[in-house]
Design a protein around this ligand. Structure first.
Ligand code: G4P
Ligand code: NA
Ligand code: NA
Length: 194
């Protein structure tokens, strides 16, 4: 079991057979020590692949993305779910369908911070059905930049996100892969490559 799986077992709660609550370190309160280790692990896995920028999405992707950016020595940009008052530059946008909310949301980044030729690592807190992940990849490609891969803190391996991303040829590195949340107990996929 890796460090993150240990934290998830200790602090996480299976709210249902589909939803994992981890608001003690990731989704509400943020544990800087855990996030530092997460950032180090993303950096270790993507070192040597020529990452020039990290893209994430507000709000829970920002903490792990910033720690990875610190380790890799690159800037971090987060896609917004709502337009900012000061966001008067040209925007790149993508539509993201939310399975939980059953609605489409537009996400956006300024063209100023995501430009052609960049090699972008996309980081997010959760990978579920992969809709947000695909929307982020769309932003990168619309900018004329390359998707170097995905760094996911917690993947729900029983949902379709990983498969969708692999099918499109993307590299997916998930630090914890949850196999099941059934009966209130959290289990991980056997591997979790170190
Ligand atoms: P899904 O239907 O594919 O599961 O994803 P959806 O777009 O509906 O996800 C809505 C929000 O719920 C996202 O955060 C996503 O990261 C998060 N999420 C999905 N599955 C889980 C889970 O099992 N546990 C937790 N804690 N979160 C999950 P968001 O609304 O963008 O919130 P935030 O990033 O501002 O925290
Ligand atoms: Na989230
Ligand atoms: Na997220």
């Amino acid at each position: 079991m890796n460090f993150l799986e240990e934290v998830i077992l200790k602090e996480g709660q299976a709210l249902s057979d589909k939803v994992l609550k981890v608001d003690s370190f990731l989704n509400h309160q943020v544990d800087p020590d855990v996030m530092r280790k997460v950032g180090e692990e993303f950096a270790r896995r993507f070192k040597g692949t020529g990452i020039t920028k990290i893209l994430t999405i507000e709000s829970s992707g920002i903490a792990p993305a910033v720690m990875a950016g610190l380790e890799l020595g690159v800037k971090v940009i987060f896609a917004r779910k709502r337009k900012s008052l000061t966001q008067n530059e040209d925007l790149l946008t993508a539509n993201v369908y939310s399975f939980t909310k059953e609605e489409k949301n537009e996400i956006s980044v300024s063209k100023k911070w995501l430009t052609a030729g960049e090699n972008v690592l996309i980081i997010d807190d959760f990978l579920a059905h992969g809709e947000a992940a695909l929307g982020l990849a769309h932003l990168v490609e619309a900018a004329g930049a390359n998707v170097a891969g995905f760094g996911i803190v917690i993947e729900k391996s029983f949902q379709s996100g990983r498969e969708k991303l692999l099918k499109k040829g993307y590299r997916v590195e998930s630090l914890a892969r949850v196999a099941s949340l059934s009966n209130g107990s959290i289990t991980f996929t056997r591997q979790t490559e170190e």
